[in-house]
Ligand binder design. Structure first.
Ligand code: KG4
Ligand code: ZN
Length: 375
């Protein structure tokens, strides 16, 4: 089964082509440069950028899926883009698209494009939950069918990005295992912990902004933190109660803000490494503390972690250490482009759902769902 996947839930315009669970192409047109000067994603700018880029991104995904090492020689003309899409669509069996959660007007561009293509080329649509996509980024293969990974249930997934921070318990209602790409059984997703305010990536981005650093802040904080001390300031431990599996990052951010707000610029500048390391450490300690509590409570057979913040090597190291401590296997997407937003992960879920016949019944009625929940 060949799948075209589209993802426009935030500030990346993404399209991918998959052959079942293998990624043939995964194109991401990042809008970071457009949003950077505002210090965060501006929904209207994101919408317009998605609108103007979506066709070219889909055409590029189709070309790359056909020609390895494809490189644009020059910008393709509108007619050429249309021709590539209409030729390419002949080979596509299913369109997968992110329905939500995300920014409403951004999601709308991808959903409308999927509807337009489905109607024009008579294809079926699978609507995908963005967070389910992040989880399944762990089960994407390259053209050679690597890596081979199997999902074992119950599993406990941690998704950490700029828009969400959740601990999700995955169970199989019928308990018929193993569950793999070949034989898909329905999975129950239960959100057992989530942030009550800011997402972890958002907290890192805001801290970076306070320090006068660029956007997105996560990678900048990571670089600075490598050379810094983690105990430079004392920061609170949010929601320390062991019964609570939810997160809160806004108190951490506010406390950090009040500690440095009256400092002269030079003092901030001189201590950037320690400030970054201390804040990053506080965010990661919180992340791991609650995740560990959830592991102890739900006793999963495996751990999964994904989302933009998993591009962070320090977080990956700490998660691996935790997995070792609790004696469980852990999967994290190996490639940065599979951690941050991408369409391949959406195609991966679409593949599973298509196998179960979970297609959109009335395409005309399909609408973005910015607050889409599980089930
Ligand atoms: O998954 P993603 O691309 O988009 C959302 O769905 O939000 O995640 C973006 C988030 C941003 O907050 C960004 O700062 C963070 O992921 N991020 C990182 C790193 N790379 C991206 N955070 C920490 N370290 C990184 N290396
Ligand atoms: Zn995301």
């Amino acid at each position: 089964m060949k799948i075209l996947a589209i993802e426009t839930s935030c500030d990346d315009t993404c399209a991918a082509v998959l052959e079942n669970d293998s990624v043939l192409s995964n194109v991401i047109s990042s809008q970071t440069d457009l949003h950077a000067k505002w210090g965060g994603v501006v929904p209207d700018i994101a919408k317009r950028a998605h609108e103007s880029r979506i066709n070219a991104v889909i055409a590029e995904a189709i070309l790359r899926s056909q020609i390895s090492n494809f490189r644009y020689q020059k910008k393709l003309k509108e007619e050429k883009i249309e021709q590539i899409i209409s030729e390419g669509m002949k080979e596509i069996d299913v369109i997968g698209v992110t329905l939500g959660p995300g920014l409403a007007i951004a999601l709308g561009i991808g959903v409308n494009k999927a509807k337009e293509l489905a109607k024009k080329y008579n294809k079926k649509i699978v609507a995908v939950n963005h967070i389910e996509g992040h989880i399944w980024a762990n089960f994407l293969k390259n053209k050679k069918g690597k890596p081979e990974r199997e999902l074992e249930l119950p599993a406990l997934a941690l998704t950490v990005s700029g828009g969400h921070t959740k601990i999700i318990l995955m169970t199989n209602p019928s308990q018929t295992l193993p569950l793999t790409g070949q034989g898909f059984n329905k999975i129950d997703y239960t959100v057992v912990g989530e942030t009550l305010d800011d997402a972890a990536g958002e907290a890192l981005d805001k801290a970076a902004k306070m320090l006068g650093l660029g956007y997105p802040g996560g990678p900048i904080i990571e670089r600075l933190a490598r050379e810094g001390k983690t105990n430079f300031l004392e920061l609170p431990h949010p929601l320390a109660d062991k019964k609570i599996l939810d997160y809160s990052f806004s108190g951490l951010k506010t406390s950090f803000y009040y500690k440095v707000k009256d400092w002269p610029k030079e003092k901030v500048y001189q201590n950037l490494n320690d400030l970054a390391a201390t804040f990053q450490n506080a965010v990661f300690e919180t992340l791991l503390r609650k995740y560990k509590l959830a592991i102890e409570k739900y006793r999963p057979k495996m751990l999964l972690a994904s989302g933009g913040v998993l591009a962070n090597l320090e977080l990956r190291k700490r998660l691996r250490k935790l997995a070792k401590e609790v004696g469980l296997p852990i999967f994290m997407p190996s490639h940065k482009n599979l951690n941050t937003d991408n369409a391949a992960m959406i195609g991966r879920v679409a593949c599973e759902k298509a196998k179960m016949g979970e297609y959109v019944e009335e395409i005309d009625k399909l609408d973005r769902d910015p607050r889409l929940q599980f089930n």
